[in-house]
Ligand binder design. Structure first.
Ligand code: FES
Length: 355
């Protein structure tokens, strides 16, 4: 999955139902969950070759990557992602969705987003046999051992969850997967999931909009809250889905909730500020609901970014002056004295950056 692609169109009906399902609960359950631990960049890279391509769903391309040297790839755990350095110079992050016990290849999958940032389109155009540079795997979505799990997934969000389900089966844990999307044909790896459910203590619920219509709020609520008190809930999908479930989890009495978004979080609590690009002297106003990254890309579309969630470090820029409201999970206190992450951090008044 291109974890950072905007796929808001994939489950629009579901968003609305989640919002309704949690309406009211949100006011009672404004519990703040602990922030995910900071993730540090790991500079080590691996040279890989595309050794197989697949089409696990409509509009989705899967790639199998093997080391150019023939050596085993770096080890990883469920939830890990890699940075892929594309030939155009863009850097994108993809969850690994193969078996962590098999280090002969990595598998990733991405949905083609024609009007996205261009990363998914480029991946879809890569040819079998092409060589790529990738980072070693990093884990910002760790899978914690438990006796039972509820997984809630929107479309391509299945990629980090698939290895988690394999691992749950290995541990003998029970699981329920609520798998949502526009249509069954748009949902990757359904056959793998059916096999995994049969091989372990799993239940697969596919909720495709074009079959039974959108699920009712009560269906979603019942399934989402079916987590046992000693279980854990994992979600990967659009921001509306993960935010709604986070509140439901809090309402249910504190079932541990883990999530990963594949779209940037909405800007909240923002006020307009000015961003000055020192090299050109250009000044742009960043709107209250806009990110500095969006403003920067208006001036320079080649401005680097990847996760758009403040943890990968790609959009880091040097700050020459100004008061920054740091909202990332990447920079140390010392680094915050002289840098900011354009994708999430904001300014007060005017901030001058070295761009
Ligand atoms: Fe990843 Fe900004 S794009 S930290």
């Amino acid at each position: 999955m291109d974890r950072r692609s905007t796929e808001a169109a994939e489950v629009p009906l579901l968003w609305r139902f989640f919002e309704r399902a949690v309406n009211g609960a949100a006011r009672r359950a404004e519990r703040v969950l602990p922030a995910r631990p900071a993730v540090r960049e790991v500079p080590r890279t691996q040279q890989v070759r595309i050794v197989a391509v697949e089409a696990p769903a409509d509009g989705v391309r899967g790639l199998r990557l093997a080391s150019v040297s023939g050596a085993p790839l770096a080890p990883w755990q469920p939830g890990c992602h890699i940075d892929v350095f594309l030939p155009s110079g863009q850097q994108r992050q993809y969850s690994l969705c193969s078996d962590p016990l098999d280090l002969s290849t990595y598998r990733l999958a991405t949905r083609r987003i024609a009007d996205g940032g261009g990363g998914s389109v480029e991946v879809h155009d890569l040819e079998l046999g092409s060589e790529l540079t990738i980072s070693e795997p990093r884990n910002a979505f760790p899978f914690v051992r438990s006796s039972s799990y509820v997984f809630v997934v929107g479309g391509i969000g299945i990629t980090p969850i698939l290895p988690m389900i394999q691992q749950a089966n290995r541990w003998g844990s029970s699981w329920t997967l609520l798998y949502t999307g526009r249509s069954r044909a748009s949902l990757p790896f359904i056959d793998d999931l059916i096999e995994l459910a049969a091989a372990g203590e799993g239940e697969l619920h596919v909720l495709a909009d074009d079959e039974l219509g959108a699920p009712t709020p009560e269906q979603l609520r019942t399934l989402a809250l079916s987590s046992r008190p000693d279980g854990r809930m994992y979600c990967c999908g659009p921001a509306g889905m993960s935010d709604g479930l986070r509140r439901l989890a809090a309402e249910s009495g504190g079932v541990p909730f883990h999530f990963e978004r594949f779209s940037p979080p909405p800007v909240t609590g923002g006020a307009p500020f000015e961003l000055e690009f020192a090299r050109s002297g250009t000044v742009v106003t960043v709107g209250a609901e806009q990110t500095a990254l969006v403003a920067a890309r208006r001036i320079n579309p080649a401005t680097a970014y990847s996760c758009q969630q403040g943890f990968c470090g790609t959009c880091k820029v040097r700050v020459l002056s100004g008061d920054v409201d740091h909202r990332d999970q990447h920079l140390s206190p010392a680094e915050r004295q002289e840098a900011m992450m354009l994708c999430v951090s904001r300014g007060r008044g005017k901030v001058v950056v070295e761009l």
